[in-house]
Design a binder for this molecule. Structure first.
Ligand code: FAD
Length: 258
């Protein structure tokens, strides 16, 4: 299988760097083909702006969505964007690996999402009618592929538990799982989270490595998070609210998981 690892940490000798090197070797030893987008090493441009089209007109008003669509449809995207889209098309599974920074992904990775997920590639596709609201949330360009996060946190596991001060980890990661990954069609696997990274010595690192190796071995076996598909009847269209009889006692993020 083809695996794309999109990796965001500025220091190769970091814990994340060690885990990334371990993952690549482990997957390759198992016979998979791996490509790594090491965003800091690539000096990835994080800001979405008018320079993302190769035919930028200096005086034209820049529209982030419409310019993205025009560049995508007419082959006018900057080369770094098109190359990452090719990697996504090539991949059977995509792993995003990053340290949790301010309860989300580092800015460089957010910028990768903003720029690579072009209009016409990751959003703005499919029929919009009374029965369908585009190819998204379970459908879309990346449908049939698997995605998983590898995340490290300074906070303890209890800080991210159901009543923990930081909010449950599933809630913290929901915008990435549901918004960034499920939206363009990925089957999203439960994340691999390393908590309380400050307390990592050689013995703990060995345990983390073993657990990560198991998750990588199970990449094609692990059941995805059962998010509800948008166009399969659970949601009223075009309001896009859950039908009253679906999970009637639930609100918020939890309601969108079957
Ligand atoms: P490192 O600092 O590189 O390493 C962590 C520990 O692992 C060190 O003790 C190191 O010696 C050890 N180690 C590294 N490699 C190995 C190895 N090969 N073998 C054995 N031991 C090893 N945390 C939160 O919980 N929530 C937040 O919102 C949050 N926001 C942050 C925002 C910013 C801007 C920053 C800088 C940090 C934030 N943190 C937050 C903490 C952050 O998530 C952790 O610092 C990060 O996950 C640690 O990962 P690292 O790869 O940088 O670890």
């Amino acid at each position: 299988m083809n695996v794309l690892l999109v990796y965001a940490h500025p220091e190769p000798k970091s814990l994340n760097g060690s885990l990334k090197n371990f993952s690549v070797k482990h997957l390759e030893d198992a016979g998979h083909v791996v490509q790594v987008s090491d965003l800091y090493a690539m000096k990835w441009k994080a800001s979405l702006d008018a320079d993302d089209s190769t035919d930028r007109h200096a005086n034209a008003r820049f529209d982030p969505s419409l310019d993205s669509r025009r560049a995508f449809e007419h082959g006018l995207q900057s080369k770094d964007i098109a190359l990452e889209q090719d990697k996504l098309r090539w991949a059977d599974a995509v792993i995003l690996q990053f340290p949790l920074w301010w309860f989300s992904m580092p800015a460089i990775l957010k910028g990768w999402v903003e720029r690579v997920y072009a209009y016409g590639f990751a959003y703005g596709i499919g029929e919009h009618s009374d029965a369908r609201w585009g190819d998204r949330y379970g459908e879309g360009t990346l449908a049939g592929k698997r995605a998983m996060l590898i995340v490290t946190t300074g906070g303890w596991e209890s800080h991210y538990s159901a009543r923990g001060i930081n909010g449950p980890i599933d809630d913290v990661l929901f915008p990435i799982h549901h918004g960034v990954l499920y939206y363009p069609g990925f089957d999203v696997l439960p994340p691999f989270v390393v908590y309380r990274t400050g307390r990592t010595d050689d013995a703990r690192f060995a345990k983390i490595r073993d657990a990560l190796g198991q998750r990588l071995d199970d990449l094609w076996k692990t059941a995805p998070i059962p998010f509800r598909p948008q166009n399969s009847g659970a949601y009223n269209i075009p309001e896009l609210t859950l039908r009253p009889d679906v999970a009637p006692d639930l609100t918020g993020f939890a309601a969108h998981t079957a």
